[in-house]
Write a protein that binds this ligand. Structure first.
Ligand code: NAG
Ligand code: NAG
Ligand code: NAG
Ligand code: NAG
Ligand code: NAG
Ligand code: NAG
Ligand code: NAG
Ligand code: NAG
Length: 662
């Protein structure tokens, strides 16, 4: 899809324009440009030679299954007594994992220059869920060093040392300043983001504990956890440990860390060492049980705030890093694997024993890093509507399976799977952000769970239900409040539209229900998806706020039969709100808008009268949180705008964010 012109939703607002910047298009990895697919056919017949994140190539819609699919589906809910519901879940379940090396593109330049689109993207989730979990880390955390005096010249938060780059992902050692942490802290004072970080683990004698003290000091209560090792069961494969490295050895390293931190006094309050996240294994060389059976959880019970694993269904490393003769996976061949619910139950089955075990130990269990495929995802799959359905079903199935959260990974411009991508820094004056399918999954998940902290999820079984139409009941206090219905099939004829016939034993069916749809014309569509009618557009089209009017359907029920029939097109997803409370709970409450002029160090004192803002495009609040906050996309020249805002540097206007104070 070519870049479309659309008015920037923040066009009425002026920002500090960063016309030029060094470090254009810094990416997570050093090598591999996905060369194998850059010559794939484009609609125009042209050859795409740019970076992966903006590759417009689409796949072909997979054929419909030959066996017939149950499309009129009885959803016989019970008002109470449902057996098999998940543990209580939070609206922040669907979080993000940001590769540390791209934080200076995604979060901001530094603590005084935050990326407004990022703030908006987080505010959208906060509005629905109450808070957002973000992990900063990934491969690049392992060799990250806090610079000696804490400061990098030119007000930067990161630099890369490109000397001696090693490892499969060819990740350069990263140096960061304390200001990276101040930047995160400043974000948390604007939007309710809570953070995970990681302790570098390649070198353990001694550990580099700088991040422990700094993170605890600077992030305070916004620090959720510190990773103790990142995929330690792959350390041997990547040459960081010897052949015999085992869960027992890994546990010994955790002991060494605690000893070192105690002797250095690098955790004066003791809080940081009660926030460890482990073992973060990739299920590569070790099973979780091997770690549990080494006594890990009991031994470090006072230190572990979360148990966690990392898992991708498959990888695209051959395309990213493989040399001549590498067996590169054809994305078309794997596309159908992302359009079935069974893929999730199969992926998660090995973890059910662990989520049960975690409950017996009173520890939340996280999917700490995941996405469609490691090494950047697949062209035409990870960046298509298929991934939006896949990510949402995956998250709901994890919730059903008693995980307590999942962080979907994003990297730089040379990957396909990003939930959102900031523009190359040298282009930020005229290009805006690109919002990917997984961000839509995150929004829908935030609404499916809501902010009550009291939500339980149940993957609803129906006789003869196929893998293409999963259904979830979503409960509060044991009572069904919402229903989530998927249709993975792609059939514009309408013959495979799902008709979910909902009834609730023990309750009176309402006269109507409200429904929000996650929609696109096809599973291979790229960009322009809609959630309840609102979109973030296509490549370079977003400032992080939904565009268009919110469109919530009201579906009448058959009160005589006691049923509500919800149609879900092929493809599509519907979230059904069974009660008015279920609908309003994640939009009620006090809302606030705040300008980034909340910061005080104003270099330029230009200000805008708040009463002007109250009638401007960006400000209007409505019952439906973000509805009406921006214009619909229309054909017309896009005005230049920057996506970096100087927090405290305000030229002519303020940036309005919509958030909810909690
Ligand atoms: C952030 O970067 C800007 C522009 O380079 C600089 O003026 C400012 O001092 C930096 N802020 C910090 C806290 O270093
Ligand atoms: C960069 O890395 C190399 C190899 O590890 C090291 O010798 C060098 O001192 C590093 N440079 C800086 C500026 O840290
Ligand atoms: C942002 O970070 C700076 C440190 O650079 C700090 O002085 C300032 O108080 C922070 N602002 C907010 C709003 O937290
Ligand atoms: C479940 O995990 C526990 C703890 O590691 C282990 O003892 C048990 O054997 C596991 N059960 C199964 C069926 O794998
Ligand atoms: C690619 O697949 C072929 C056939 O299965 C195999 O012989 C070859 O070793 C593979 N190449 C690599 C680099 O794995
Ligand atoms: C999730 O945990 C609940 C409460 O312990 C349990 O009843 C349910 O069976 C578990 N679900 C799965 C899929 O393991
Ligand atoms: C931005 O940088 C990239 C990589 O150096 C270059 O290909 C591109 O042309 C630059 N864009 C602009 C507008 O200067
Ligand atoms: C949900 O839990 C979070 C802490 O994880 C808390 O800050 C928030 O207030 C809780 N929300 C409600 C509605 O209880």
């Amino acid at each position: 899809m070519a870049q479309k012109s659309a008015p920037g939703p923040l066009r009425s607002l002026c920002f500090l324009l960063l016309a030029s910047a060094a470090n254009a298009a810094i990416t997570v990895y050093q090598a591999g440009d996905q060369a194998a697919f850059t010559t794939a056919s484009l609609a125009s017949g042209a050859t795409y030679t740019g970076v992966a994140a903006y590759n417009p190539t689409s796949m072909t819609v997979p054929p419909l299954p030959t066996a017939s699919v149950l499309t009129t589906i009885p959803v016989n809910l019970q008002n109470s007594g449902t057996v098999g519901m998940s543990i209580k879940q939070k609206g922040s379940f669907f979080g993000f994992s940001i590769e540390m090396s791209v934080t200076n593109q995604v979060l901001g330049k530094n603590s005084t220059f935050l990326q407004v689109p990022f703030l908006n993207l987080m505010a959208n989730i906060q509005q629905r869920a109450g808070s957002v979990m973000v992990r900063v880390g990934g491969n690049t955390q392992e060799s990250a060093k806090l610079v000696a005096d804490g400061v990098i010249p030119d007000g930067r938060v990161l630099t890369k040392n490109l000397t001696g780059v090693t490892g499969t992902t060819q990740t350069p050692p990263l140096e960061y300043s304390r200001d990276l942490l101040y930047m995160m802290r400043n974000i948390s004072s604007l939007v309710n983001v809570h953070w995970f970080l990681g302790i570098p683990w390649f070198v353990t004698a001694p550990f580099d504990t700088a991040i422990i003290r700094a993170a605890d000091e600077i992030l305070g209560d916004y620090l959720l956890g510190l990773q103790a090792g990142n995929e330690p069961d792959m350390y041997n494969l990547h040459g960081h440990r010897g052949d015999t490295y085992s869960p027992f050895d890994y546990g010994g390293e955790v002991s060494d860390l605690l000893t070192q931190v105690a002797s250095e006094g690098s955790d004066p309050t003791g809080r940081a060492m009660s926030l460890l996240v482990g073992p973060n294994i990739a299920d590569f060389a070790w099973t979780p049980e091997l770690v549990w059976d080494s006594g890990y959880v009991d031994k470090f019970s006072n230190n572990l705030a979360y148990l966690a694993v990392e898992k991708y269904p498959r990888d695209n490393c051959a395309a990213m890093f493989g040399g001549p003769g590498a067996n590169v996976t054809d994305p078309q061949s794997v596309l159908p694997l992302y359009l079935t619910h069974d893929a999730h139950t199969q992926l998660l089955a090995p973890y059910l024993n662990s989520t049960a075990y975690a409950q017996t130990k009173g520890k939340p269990f996280l999917m700490f890093e995941t996405n469609t495929a490691s090494c950047g995802g697949f062209l035409g799959v990870s960046d298509s509507f298929a991934a939006a359905l896949w990510g949402l079903d995956y998250a709901l199935q994890m919730a059903h399976s008693n995980f307590s959260g999942a962080m979907f990974h994003l990297g730089g411009q040379n990957v396909f799977y990003n939930p959102f991508t900031s523009p190359p820094t040298n282009e930020s004056t005229f290009h805006s952000w690109t919002v990917g399918p997984l961000y839509y999954s995150a929004l829908a998940m935030a609404e499916a769970i809501g902010p009550s902290n009291n939500t339980q999820v149940f993957n609803y079984g129906v006789a003869d239900l196929t893998s293409f139409t999963p259904i979830y009941g979503i409960y509060e206090n044991g009572t069904p409040v919402r229903v989530a219905i998927f249709n993975y099939l792609d059939d514009p004829s309408g013959a495979n539209t799902v008709h979910a016939v909902i009834s609730i034993a023990g309750a009176t069916i309402p006269s109507s229900v409200k429904v929000k749809y996650l929609a696109a014309t096809s599973v291979v569509q790229k960009g322009g998806f809609t959630w309840a009618g609102q979109t973030f557009g296509g490549i370079f089209e977003s400032d992080g706020r939904p565009m268009g009017q919110e469109d919530v359907k009201t579906v009448p029920c058959d009160t005589t039969a006691g049923t509500c029939t919800i149609d879900v097109p092929a493809p599509g997803f519907a979230l059904v709100f069974l009660t008015d409370d279920a609908f309003t709970e994640n939009k009620g409450g006090p809302s606030m808008t705040f300008p980034t002029t909340a910061q005080t160090k104003t270099h330029n004192t230009a200000k805008v009268d708040p009463s002007i803002l109250s009638t401007s495009n960006g400000y209007r609040m409505s019952e439906h949180e973000l509805a009406g906050t921006s214009k619909k996309p229309s054909a017309g020249p896009r005005t230049a705008q920057a996506s970096l805002v100087g927090a405290g540097v305000v030229l002519g206007a303020m940036v309005v964010l919509l958030g909810r104070v909690l």
